[in-house]
Write a protein that binds this ligand. Structure first.
Ligand code: GDP
Ligand code: MG
Length: 265
């Protein structure tokens, strides 16, 4: 089985080496693992550090450099397309800043291995046992709570408790069926769009409680434009995807053709 861990980075020069080392060293992961760093031309030189990591770990680490406008959603789409083209069976998405502890990945993989009906495992801050770091400012906590418990819940009626979660393990078939061309978000609201489309298409989602630690080093990239996009895009997500049903899953053959045209690595 092939695992590709996709890590988007924007100015993570002080984190990327340590998180990569921790992921490469995780002893519990039995399958082949590959780390794909998706860097958006970080001004702090994260991309160069990532290139050095890739050179030092051939076949285990690679870098996708994007030179267009930076944005978490676009970076993830490019990363997921590359992961599929690499033949990934399972695709993990996670932040570079240690808020998503690598220690949870074996738990996610166990669930996927033990229950073949599960399509995606979500590391959740809002199920019993999940927790947010007390160091997160009251404003960030409030914003996250509001987005999850009120805003997306009222507009999208999401079943998942952590609709803005960014730590997930996808089975290949779910990303293929979602059809990444369908996803329009540029920024963080990408997480909500993916959660909504996955639910509309009837994919089975399992939430696992995680402790979300505040980043140790560096600054959050959650900016005002990112928040504004999230506010209006949530409505657009509903209008665009509300009629989707499981019959609208992208056929695998079509998904594969797209992968081929996306190129292989
Ligand atoms: N490639 C890319 N990565 C991004 C972008 N914005 C944020 N990230 C990465 O996404 C992850 C989460 O960002 P972070 O600033 O920690 O968000 P927060 O935890 O919500 O405050 C980190 O790994 C960031 O480096 C972006 O525009 N492009
Ligand atoms: Mg963070």
């Amino acid at each position: 089985m092939n695992l590709v861990i996709v890590i988007p980075t924007y100015n993570e020069a002080d984190n990327i080496e340590a998180i990569t080392a921790e992921l490469l060293a995780l002893p519990e992961i039995k399958c082949d693992r590959h780390i794909l760093i998706v860097d958006d031309d970080s001004p702090d030189g994260t991309g160069d550090i990532a290139d050095r990591l890739a050179a030092r770990n051939p076949g285990k680490v690679s870098v996708l450099h994007r030179h267009e406008d930076h944005g978490l959603g676009r970076a993830y789409i490019a990363g997921f397309q590359r992961a599929l083209a690499m033949g990934a069976d399972i695709i993990v998405q996670m932040d570079a800043d240690f808020s998503h502890s690598p220690q949870y990945i074996p738990i996610f993989l166990d669930i996927l291995e033990q229950d073949p009906t599960v399509d995606v495992v979500v590391g959740s801050r809002y199920v019993a046992g999940g927790e947010l770091d007390a160091h997160w400012s009251w404003w960030r906590r409030f914003l996250s709570w509001w987005a999850n418990a009120i805003y997306t819940r009222l507009i999208l009626s999401l079943d998942v408790k952590d609709g803005t979660a960014g730590f997930k393990a996808w089975r290949r078939r779910a990303l293929e069926g979602i059809g990444l061309d369908r996803i329009r978000s540029n920024g963080y609201v990408f997480q909500v769009e993916m959660a909504y489309v996955a639910e509309r298409l009837g994919y089975k989602v399992v939430e696992v409680p995680i402790y979300f630690e505040d980043r140790r080093i560096g600054k959050s990239k959650m900016t005002v434009p990112v928040k504004i996009e999230a506010a209006f895009r949530t409505w657009q997500i509903r209008m665009r995807h509300q009629d989707l049903t499981p019959a609208d899953r992208m056929p695998e053959a079509q998904a594969r053709t797209r992968e081929v045209s996306a190129g292989t690595v």
